[in-house]
Design a protein around this ligand. Structure first.
Ligand SMILES: [Zn+2]
Length: 432
């Protein structure tokens, strides 16, 4: 009987594959619909305004698990087929706007932020719903737009030349792989050799960590030579404002190390003609810092001693939806990011509101809970208090982790587990 099991498993896998593949081609063609938005408001009121739509060649995103989310995220996009009402695509992410609205300045001032989202190009009219949520995971703004794929005002970029680029890892067709694009920020055209070395170092650093190491063959990594007029990136506290490809800057929300950009359209324009799902932006700077937002982008400066650990840490945010496990920052903007009334959706911290499904099954029987810091060697997995900028009431799985300190060589078991699930979610079922 045992010999029959693999055959049965194979038949089930094949039928599941064909059903999923059919689902993609029933509703989508092999192209990308890029949706630009403007998110604006303050701590009281948020508005979502659709901006331009774009047609891009090819679809590099997932073709399976189309109607499910890997993680809840702070914002969700849902695409419904207009004729049947069926949910045909879902996506979640963390917009920088939602961090802005929790800053002290948002109590008195309004700001706008660009957002760009990509969906597979629908064959028939769809309704696209964008939902932004507050710290309690309640919707604070929703917007639905009808999109007819035949609309003549959808800007057509197919056949346009792509920026020069080079594959650093090429494992296969973009439809079968996770497509990671590495962009240059603050590198002049004459500095692209330096950018290439920095991009290669980031790639090797990333694939030296599990679970990325054992999944290298499921990734494509492409370096995109996006040139800047001037070298370096903006450091506002030092009055340095070079003209760069994506106008990134440190001191985001007046936090020294926080490196972000609001020019998300410029980033996406640089990627026209290049298959991509996840973005790493390397900033040519010796200033320490970075930033990463789930399913959005990460920025990391390249010329300080912690470059490689930081880029991997930020990829934990932007790819894996992991939150910071440190809790001594004193950063007011970040401190209010998590409400204690609901379980965080991030998989590497818990406030014990709903711990099941996280790393509870990895905790050995007899482990004291919460787990005292002095027992970190005896109990590698437990409930260590402190995480997500909070010293009390929030717990992490291990005493240390790549999401906590730069000199930790690994992701903790909770992060490892969460990253593995996200990798699986991106891949065809047969690649698990
Ligand atoms: Zn961790």
């Amino acid at each position: 009987m045992r010999t029959r099991l693999p055959l049965l498993a194979l038949l089930l896998a094949v039928s599941f594959l064909s059903a999923s593949a059919q689902h993609f081609s029933s509703f989508f063609r092999d192209s990308t619909l890029r949706l630009d938005y403007i998110l604006s408001g303050n701590s009281e009121k948020t508005e979502i305004t659709p901006d331009e739509h774009h047609l891009l060649s090819g679809w590099a995103g997932r073709r399976y698990h189309l109607d499910s989310l890997a993680l809840r995220g702070n914002a969700q996009l849902y695409v419904h087929d207009e004729a049947s009402g069926k949910l045909i695509y879902a996506f979640s992410f963390n917009p920088l706007y939602l961090e802005w609205r929790q800053t002290p300045l948002a109590k008195t001032e309004r700001r706008t932020y660009e957002e760009v989202l990509r969906i597979p190009y629908p064959k028939a009219p769809v309704r696209v719903e964008l939902v932004l949520c507050d710290a309690e995971q309640r919707p604070l703004a929703e917007q639905t737009q009808r999109i007819d794929p035949a609309d003549i005002l959808i800007r057509d970029h197919t056949g346009k030349p792509a920026l020069p680029h080079k594959y650093l890892v090429h494992s296969g067709d973009s439809k079968d792989c996770i497509d990671l694009a590495i962009l240059a920020e603050g590198y002049k055209a004459s500095e692209m050799d330096t950018f290439l070395k920095d991009a290669e170092a980031a790639t090797e650093a990333l694939f030296s960590y599990e679970p990325f190491k054992s999944h290298r063959q499921h990734f494509n990594v492409v370096a995109v030579f996006s040139p800047s007029e001037e070298s370096g990136v903006a450091v506002p506290r030092e009055k340095r404002w070079p003209r760069t490809a994506f106008s990134s800057h440190f001191d985001t929300f007046y936090s020294d190390r926080y490196l972000t950009t609001r020019q998300v359209k410029a980033i996406n324009n640089a990627l026209i003609g290049i298959p991509h799902e996840h973005l790493i932006i390397l900033a040519n700077s010796e200033v320490y810092g970075g930033g990463g937002m789930y399913n959005s982008y990460l920025l990391s400066s390249t010329h300080h001693k912690w470059y490689l650990p930081v880029v991997v840490h930020e990829f934990g945010h932007s790819f894996g939806g992991l939150t910071d496990e440190y809790f001594h920052e004193g950063d007011l903007a970040a401190a209010s990011e998590h409400a204690m009334t609901v379980e965080p959706w991030e998989q590497n911290v818990t406030n014990l509101k709903d711990f099941s499904g996280k790393w509870s099954h990895l905790i050995k029987k007899g482990t004291p809970l919460p787990t005292p810091a002095k027992l970190q060697k005896k109990y590698p997995v437990g409930l260590y208090e402190g995480g997500a900028y909070l010293t009390k009431g929030m717990y992490r799985a291990s005493y240390n982790c790549r999401m906590r300190t730069n000199d930790t060589p690994d992701f903790c078991p909770a992060c490892h587990l969460a990253l593995g699930k996200v990798i699986d979610y991106h891949l065809p079922p047969r690649k698990k």
